[in-house]
Every structure is written in structure tokens, then in C-alpha cells.
Design a protein around this ligand. Sequence first.
Ligand code: ATP
Length: 254
Amino acid sequence: MALLQIARLSKSYDNETKVLKDISFSVKAGEFVSIIGPSGAGKSTLLRCVNQMVPISSGEVIFDNAPVTQLKKRALRQLRTNIGMVFQHYNLVPRLTVIENVLHGRLGYKTTLQGIMSRFTEKEKEQAFYLLRKLGIEEHAYKRCDQLSGGQQQRVGIARALIQGPKLVLCDEPIASLDPNSSKIIMDHLKSITSELGITCLVNLHQVEVAQQYSDRIIGLNQGEVVFDGTNYQLTEEKTNRIYGTEMRELITV
Ligand SMILES: Nc1ncnc2c1ncn2[C@@H]1O[C@H](COP(=O)(O)OP(=O)(O)OP(=O)(O)O)[C@@H](O)[C@H]1O
């Protein structure tokens, strides 16, 4: 069953240039889908349209059977608790500890006062430690986030997204700031923990090989259009060229 349906979605920031053009695809519950494409193709914009961080210009986004664009304040807040987000630059609060940053993922469930007082239940704290353990960084729970490596900070970012109890996690270039070793650790964790928890993943990636290694399905964007939607095996060299443009091929394979 489709968890996310995108139908004829278009987006322009300035009413002139369409950054996304008539995009349609759906994502099944539990799928791990990567979005690839050259810089400026619209990958980040697409993710932001899914959780309404930016308003769409036309078309439909249906998440868990609800039309996202028609949701009012409270329902939109509810939607955002069901959709976790992982960012390229982690978006943590550097001076707070790891565990505090993870628990921030629960703020969407709190009243303003509870949030200000940082009131979290024992169950929430247990869940936070469980996720840190799963992600191999439990020993850093009481360290300030700015004392961690990039790869460790990204694992905190993943734990913060997962503690929301989301149905979908959107990852916007989660390994773009990391070296190859840390990138592998992050992708391994992301794949295994989301598959274990049955969470659907939509991941923007720059690296074709990484998308091929981890994804159930790959969507290729070029200048705001879907030019490929298929499995790793269907992504031939010719199709990769279509996504990136032939002149980019050398850059991708080095
Ligand atoms: N807030 C904004 N206001 C105006 N234009 C924007 C905004 N955000 C993105 N754009 C433009 O939309 C286009 C698509 O950008 P987007 O960041 O979605 O692409 P991308 O594929 O994620 O690129 P990259 O891989 O470099 O991050 C670009 O031309 C960009 O300049």
C-alpha cells in the first residue's frame, strides 16, 4: 500500500521558473527510495514539499491517506510528527548533550510549557537510550554534540528523527558532509534501523553507487522532472547519463 503519493506536483519559488515539473510517483510503506540527480535538479525542494516546509504550487501530496496541502495547523503539526527529517548538516543544538538533542525529537508531542521545561517521560528517555545503543553511540549520551565527529553527530540526527516514531523519514543528503568511512556507517545504520522498525525512507543522495547499494528503488531527477524511476538493476549507464547529462558521467564514476 502506498504511504506517500505525489501527483502532478509542481513548484516554483518565484512564479516564473518551475523547480519541480509535474512530478508523480508513490512510495510503498517500508520502501527505501533514493532520489538522485545533479545539483539544482530539485531534490531538496521535493523533500521539503512532502512535509510542507515549502508550499507546493500545484498538484497533490497525499501522505498516509491525507492530502498534505489541505492540512490546517494542528493536523500539519501531527503530520510533522509522522515524518522525521535528517539533514546534511545535522541541525543539532551544539551546546546541548547528545541525549538532550535526541529528546528534542519528542517536542512535537509536548505542550509549549512541557517543551520549555524539557519534561520527558521515563519511557521517552528509555527509547532515546535504546536508539543511541542501536546506533552505537550510547557511550556519548552525556557529551555535548559539538564534541562529536560528523558521523557521530549524524547518528544523533537519525536518533532524533526516529524517536518521533515517524512512518516516513526524509533524509536530505545525509552523507554529503562525511568521509567515505563515516558515510558507510551512516548508510548501514539508516538502512538497518529503518528496516527493523518498518519505517519508510526517502533519501536524497549525490552518489549513484551509494543509491544503488542501499535502495529498493531509485528516482532520478533532472531539471525538476522525473527521468528515471526503477530498481538498481534498471539503472543502466544510458539512464544514468539521462539523469546527469552525458558530460557529468566522468565526474560520477571517479
Ligand atoms: N528558497 C529558495 N528560493 C528560491 N529558489 C530556490 C530556493 N531553494 C532552492 N531554490 C532553487 O531551486 C532549484 C532546485 O534547488 P534544490 O536545492 O531543490 O536542488 P537540489 O537538487 O537539492 O540541489 P543540490 O544537490 O545542489 O542540493 C535551484 O535552482 C535553486 O537555486
